[in-house]
Design a protein around this ligand. Structure first.
Ligand code: ARG
Length: 465
């Protein structure tokens, strides 16, 4: 079979070289973007008088037919044709005859692949965005059900202060709003057309890159042909966004995993999201959460791979750049599945509010309340901290909770302590007092809920093109 670039070659490509250099086995995923790009290019060539309207019509119709064949799985992908671009172009010429050979006028695979991949990545960023928004909404929905549920908030994985489960879940909702916003920002730089840069130096044909960009729903065009064909910053940015999403997911996975351990018993895993053990009949394992935590490794690896591929590459296009596809495709599979699985799993989680409430009573979570109470009685904070430390030590010695110490014991530590201290030591009261902006108090949580609802309403119409 003759290569589209075969003119100057006397011998065929070695079979193992063909295997080694081909990308069609994975870049066929870009077929739709390749066809959209070629159709926009053909129409622009006709507008500019480089092709006739009839020729452009034949090309775009032929490309529609190819898209249909690909989607029906009747298209035969050929490794000898190297990549998605040459598979489609050679098939087009088979279908429509010599006019097919005019499609590539004023274009190189270098600007073509950059265009296709920018469209592909930005299309996927939109999907990830939608999934992040849905997940943030999922955390919000669970939070709304648990405004009254309290659990130990931790630092250093040690009981610290009581918080509402709503506050805990809303923390995750906010993470995914940031992820969604990062994706919008990344998409703006990704959805820029490099078409017209040609191989590296621009072209002599009277192309109109802005028209192509406009037709493809892109935000603008390249400034410099050499940069346009060699820039893959958008891939790095997308992989960084994905890495952050996966990192956020893995943090909640970790909470699910230890909350599901009977020693905590804070959450009941839905059967649909757990698996059993082949030897231990009692087991119900949080495999989805574990696997999701594990898959972060592959996404970080892809980011690292891409950073490494780009390092030290001289201008302009280098074949190394073909290695940009697989890390992204693999990341896309992982991130898309993880976000949507987490949304389903989150909705199906049931929280054991009793167990959470019981846990509040372990670990002196109301110690800060006692210190603040003493400050309220005019004692400097450092001193209050110290007195409270002694109260904790006393309670620990006696095997009781702070609120179980007698008033006389407390008075021995500080004579300004009165009967009203017991109301202050109440866990729900401790949460209820924290209504400063962003705190765990009910009014603060209500404000967060309405802020999130407003954010979600605005997130619907985010992409203008
Ligand atoms: N398959 C190639 C890639 O993904 C397309 C561009 C090839 N360009 C070239 N000059 N060989 O990078």
């Amino acid at each position: 079979m003759t290569k589209l670039w075969g003119g100057r070659f006397k011998q065929g490509t070695a079979a193992d070289v063909e295997d080694y250099t081909q990308s069609v086995s994975y870049d066929s995923a870009l077929y739709d973007q390749d066809i959209r790009g070629s159709q926009a290019h053909a129409r622009m060539l006709a507008r500019q008088g480089v092709l006739t309207q009839e020729e452009a019509q034949i090309l775009t119709d032929g490309l529609d037919k190819i898209r249909a064949d690909i989607e029906d799985e009747t298209f035969s992908w050929k490794k000898e044709m190297e990549d998605v671009h040459m598979n489609i172009e050679s098939r087009l010429t088979e279908l429509v005859g010599d006019v097919g050979k005019k499609l590539h006028t004023g274009r190189s695979r270098n600007d073509q692949v950059a265009l296709d991949f920018r469209l592909f990545v930005s299309d996927r960023l939109r999907v990830w965005h939608e999934l992040c928004v849905k997940l943030a909404a999922g955390f919000l929905a669970q939070a709304k059900k648990h405004r009254q549920t309290l659990l130990p908030g931790c630092t250093h994985m040690q009981p610290a202060q009581p918080v509402s489960l709503a506050q805990h879940l809303l923390a995750y909702a906010w993470m995914f709003t940031r992820d969604a916003e990062r994706l919008i920002d990344c998409e703006k730089r990704t959805r820029i057309s490099p078409l017209g840069a040609a191989a590296l130096a621009g072209t002599t044909y009277p192309l109109d890159p802005a028209l192509v960009a406009e037709q493809l729903g892109m935000y603008g065009t390249f400034h410099n042909s050499m940069d346009a064909v060699s820039d893959r910053d958008f891939v790095l940015e997308a992989l960084f966004c994905a890495s952050t999403i996966m990192m956020h997911l893995s943090r909640f996975c970790e909470e699910i995993i230890y909350w599901a351990n009977p020693a905590f018993g804070f959450v009941r895993l839905p059967d649909a999201y757990a698996t059993g053990s082949s030897i231990m009949p009692q087991k119900k394992n949080p495999d989805v959460a574990e696997l999701m935590r594990g898959k972060v490794g592959r996404v970080y690896g892809n980011l690292t791979a891409m950073l490494t591929i780009l390092k030290g590459l001289p201008l302009t296009y280098n074949r190394d750049l073909q290695e940009d596809k697989e890390p992204f495709l693999d990341t896309d599979t992982t991130v898309s599945a993880s976000l949507s699985l987490m949304e389903g799993q989150l909705a199906a989680l049931t929280f054991d509010t009793e167990r959470m409430n019981d846990a509040l009573r372990k670990g002196f979570l109301n110690a800060t309340e006692l210190a603040d109470y003493l400050v309220g009685k005019g004692i400097p904070f450092r001193e209050a901290h110290n007195i409270t430390g002694h109260a904790v030590a006393l309670a620990e010695d006696r095997g009781v909770r702070l609120e179980e110490l007698q008033l006389s014991d407390l008075k021995n530590l500080c004579d300004r302590i009165e009967e009203d201290v017991y109301g202050v030591l109440d866990y729900a009261a401790a949460v209820a007092r924290r209504n400063a902006p962003g705190g765990t108090g009910p009014q603060s949580v209500a404000r967060q809920i309405s802020d999130l609802e407003a954010w979600l309403a605005g997130a619907a119409g985010t992409f203008s093109k």
